[in-house]
Unconditional design. Structure first.
Length: 255
């Protein structure tokens, strides 16, 4: 297992897809949140200003962190979904899947190693987004900062980012069954659309992929609270996706 993990880590760290997606999420998400926050603070009557004000759930750090929360809840699913699609889909697109049958390492072990590496990456990525967001807020001085006051908001951002990237692990199953990147990336788009529709119909709390977005706007007018059972569906869904993918790899055949 350790050898498999090291191989998957080596492949992932040398991937331009992973490096690009990671850099974009770590840098652009805090910058976009700050941009929306700044536009809302400056006033104005344009469509962008109205959208920016609608995103804010408070003043100062609360508004800034809330804006990043909302962007992360959608954008990180796309970014992480692309990376997961690459990790599993490349074996088919590069025609290396058949070669795995000749290895002494079981295919289920290879899939598990991929998920271990992706899980570690997700934790580091979520922490970096929270750290960079905090640092950017301090540099531009979005408001008075005290760890006792802003700490819970920063932890909340980390939790939303980690939940979103965790849900993206389910894309590994689509990339495996679909035997490539395109079905997986298509699934990312469809899931995002389904999450939006579920929220519009008031059932978003029971659709796990919509839960991080609802948590990001908790406290806003007209947004129902998310209960503990609905939050628990997030890790459950991610876990089921991982198990389904590993089982597929265990029994898959060359076609």
């Amino acid at each position: 297992m350790i050898a498999a993990i090291l191989v998957e880590w080596w492949k992932m760290k040398r991937s331009l897809v992973t490096l690009t997606a990671t850099a974009l999420m770590v840098i652009l998400l805090p910058a976009m949140g700050l941009g929306f926050f700044s536009v809302a603070q400056q006033g104005g009557t344009g469509a962008v200003a109205d959208k920016a004000r609608a995103m804010l759930v408070g003043e100062g750090w609360a508004g800034y962190l809330g804006a990043v929360d909302q962007i992360a809840a959608a954008a990180m699913f796309v970014g992480a979904g692309v990376v997961v699609a690459w990790m599993f889909g490349r074996e088919h697109a590069d025609r290396t899947f058949a070669a795995l049958f000749a290895l002494p390492v079981p295919r289920a072990t290879v899939a598990t190693a991929k998920f271990i590496v992706l899980s570690g990456w997700a934790i580091v990525l979520s922490a970096l987004v929270a750290i960079v967001t905090t640092g950017l807020g301090l540099v531009v001085d979005v408001g008075p900062f005290a760890i006792a006051t802003q700490g819970p908001g920063i932890v909340r951002l980390f939790g939303i980012a980690l939940s979103t990237t965790g849900l993206a692990l389910t894309i590994g199953w689509v990339a495996s069954v679909g035997r490539g990147y395109l079905p997986a990336i298509g699934a990312v788009v469809l899931i995002l659309g389904a999450a939006q529709v579920s929220v519009l119909f008031g059932t978003g709390g029971w659709f796990p992929f919509a839960v991080p977005g609802l948590l990001a706007v908790t406290g806003s007018d007209g947004i129902p609270p998310v209960n503990a059972m609905q939050i628990a569906l997030v890790p459950l869904t991610a876990g089921l996706g991982i198990l389904a993918t590993v089982q597929w790899w265990r029994h898959a055949e060359v076609v």
